[in-house]
Design a binder for this molecule. Structure first.
Ligand SMILES: *Cc1c(COP(=O)(O)O)cnc(C)c1O
Length: 405
């Protein structure tokens, strides 16, 4: 929880805004872990590296005994993410996949079923299918961007869990969360939303009725491309308890140092997200205007097929943009020579990245599956960083000139 601010002095009663009943998410993120140290009064919390804790005396355990079960630094980060998402509780994990595996351990048993997006994160897709192949549970893949069809399918299948991810990767397709979550609830299914791409600053699935949110904190929450981490947040205290239980039982929880790093990253999350978004909007507009660009996928563009839904359910359009060139030949000369974009997987860091999905993140998909998902060999994905947008645009325009040969 955030430390209470002192009441101001000599104020006009009519204009009283303090003490703050409900600080904004910006203030909450900025105060993550600040002023929580009781040992020395450190403004920035210390990192608790100890793996074990003394008992106060014979048969007198303290709140912490062994760091796999509970760690004060990890708890500060969990509190910060839970507060931003508006959940009842949660747990910090060692990676985004660790968080996703923790949710599966907590929610699915033999004979259950899960409905997942046909274009969900590749790692999630692999985990769901490989586990299902062992006979654990059934996987149904749906195109959740088709709202009416999805509602009908969820109603008919009545799965144990409905797994959602919006915007999707790499085409930035949007799922209309509220009606699909309502349909899931109506058949007793739990809904999990992977909120990695937008963070709680730009989208709050629990407020739209979701039961659980998962994050790869590796991306925007840490924001500096130097930690692998994840988190689970649950709307309900019992679900949160189950996820925490499985994280400590299976050992999928995060470590103290990484938790501290992510806590530091989160203090700039609101301003980073706004800057990522401003850069992405400028880049998307510049690409959309260019005759050699076949298509631009960015939910902030008015002609994006789900622009209206994104504008309604999100507080911003985010920092990811994808676009299409004519083919692989153009892609090669476009990428060779870029100054401000590093050719690399992942996203959400301060630096701009470019990736070619079909030879990188989505290389394991069959040509058939690629075609079905709409991934062409000219498709490129950008994680727009915090560099000057004018430089990013100049770099991209030069690349388009090279690609035109
Ligand atoms: C990266 C990512 C993950 C997996 O997270 P890791 O931290 O790499 O384990 C899951 N979901 C989405 C949407 C991601 O982008």
């Amino acid at each position: 929880m955030i430390a209470a601010l002192p009441p101001p002095k000599n104020i006009d009663e009519d204009k009283v805004i303090f003490p703050m009943a409900e600080p904004s998410n910006v203030t909450r993120a900025l105060r993550s872990g600040i002023g929580t140290d009781t040992s020395a009064g450190a403004v920035i919390p210390p990192i608790h590296l100890s793996t074990t804790y003394t008992f106060a005396g014979f048969n007198e355990p303290r709140p912490h005994d062994y760091a796999r079960a509970a760690n004060p630094t990890r708890e500060l980060l969990a509190d910060a993410i839970v507060t931003l998402e508006g959940g009842a509780g949660g747990v910090v994990c060692g990676s985004g996949m660790g968080a996703i595996a923790t949710v599966l351990l907590a929610m699915l048993k033999v004979g259950d079923s899960i409905a997942i997006p046909h274009d969900c994160y590749g790692g999630s897709w692999r985990l769901f299918h490989r586990l299902a192949e062992r006979g654990g549970f059934t996987v149904h893949t749906l195109d959740f961007t088709q709202t009416e069809e999805s509602i009908a399918a969820v109603t008919e299948l009545a799965p144990t869990v409905v797994w959602l991810e919006t915007p999707s990767n790499p085409l930035l397709r949007i799922t209309d969360l509220a009606p699909i979550i309502a349909a899931a609830k109506a058949v007793g299914a739990k809904t999990v939303v992977d909120n990695t791409f937008l963070t709680p600053i730009l989208q709050q699935p629990l407020a739209l009725g979701a039961d659980i949110v998962v994050h790869s904190t590796t991306k925007y929450l840490n924001g500096h491309s130097d930690v692998i981490g994840g988190a689970v947040v649950a709307a309900d205290a019992v679900d949160a308890e189950m996820c925490d239980f499985w994280a400590k039982t299976a050992g999928t929880m995060g470590n103290a140092f990484d938790s501290w790093m992510v806590l530091r990253g989160m203090r700039t999350l609101p301003i980073r997200m706004r800057a990522h978004e401003a850069g992405a909007a400028a880049v998307a507009a510049a690409l959309a205007d260019h005759p050699d660009v076949l298509a631009v996928h960015y939910p902030g563009l008015p002609d994006h097929p789900s622009h209206e839904i994104a504008a309604r359910q999100q507080a911003g359009f985010g920092g990811m943009v994808s676009f299409e060139l004519a083919g692989e030949l153009q892609v090669r000369s476009f990428i060779d020579g870029l100054q401000c974009f590093s050719l690399a997987e992942s996203l959400g860091g301060t630096e701009s990245l470019i990736s070619h999905p079909i030879t990188m993140t989505h290389a394991s998909m069959s040509p058939d599956a690629l075609a079905k998902a709409g991934l062409t060999d000219g498709l490129l994905r950008l994680s727009v960083g915090l560099e000057d947008p004018a430089d990013l645009i100049a770099d991209l325009l030069e690349g388009l000139e090279r690609a035109a040969g």
